[in-house]
Design a protein around this ligand. Structure first.
Ligand SMILES: CC(C)(COP(=O)(O)OP(=O)(O)OC[C@H]1O[C@@H](n2cnc3c(N)ncnc32)[C@H](O)[C@@H]1OP(=O)(O)O)[C@@H](O)C(=O)NCCC(=O)NCCS
Length: 174
């Protein structure tokens, strides 16, 4: 388990599937995320029975508050490549009761430290919808910088939104 000041990050269990299904179907949680095609609770449960082992190529972890053994979100480092030392990151705090309390910021510090120190990554990148102000604030707080903008590539509410590409290099984590 990876531990920060507020959170611990742990591997997923099959029993987590139900919460994932709920968050996938919460429009507020999914407001600025690609939802993909709908998955039934049974399909998610099957997927969670057979999740691949965490590895260099893909590490998918559940977020728990240190003071309560409950799942509040997920974070993923994916597509790591030894040739470039680079990986992509996805983050979601699905339990809205925990928004605005520093849990995403602490999670980012823990997973990025793990990426740089244990996985020997050199670079972590992510994309975020330009209008997702809280997420951009979290990423900037821990040291991510804007590296580019993909114009009008995210459709929500009958409108196109830009996406920002952000990156963090080893030594830049705050
Ligand atoms: C975006 C998200 C990760 C933020 O998680 P969180 O645990 O609430 O984040 P934190 O509490 O660590 O920090 C939020 C920061 O955004 C700021 N913030 C929140 N709402 C804001 C707003 N409307 N305008 C400006 N700043 C805002 C907070 O003040 C805080 O910054 P501060 O510490 O400087 O005060 C979480 O809401 C989430 O997972 N949402 C759904 C999925 C998602 O959008 N994921 C990101 C995809 S790229």
């Amino acid at each position: 388990m990876l531990t920060g000041d507020l959170v611990r990050l742990r591997a997923f269990e099959p029993s987590d599937a139900e919460l994932i299904w709920r968050w996938n179907n919460d429009p507020e949680v999914g407001r600025w995320m690609f939802g993909g095609y709908p998955e039934s609770a049974a399909q998610i449960a099957r997927r969670f029975e057979e999740l691949p082992r965490n590895s260099y190529a893909g590490t998918f972890l559940g977020i728990e508050p240190l003071d309560a053994p409950r799942l509040i979100g997920s974070v993923r480092l994916r597509d790591a490549a030894p040739e470039t030392g680079a990986a992509e990151l996805d983050l979601r705090i699905g339990d809205k009761d925990y928004w605005g309390r520093g849990y995403a910021t602490d999670t980012m510090r823990v997973i990025c430290r793990y990426g740089f120190e244990d996985m020997r990554l050199y670079r972590i990148a992510l994309t975020v919808v330009a209008d997702n102000v809280p997420a951009r604030r979290v990423y900037e707080k821990v040291g991510f910088v804007e590296e580019g903008r993909r114009r009008e590539c995210f459709r929500r509410g009958g409108k196109w939104h830009d996406m920002i590409i952000m990156g963090l290099l080893e030594g830049e984590l705050r």
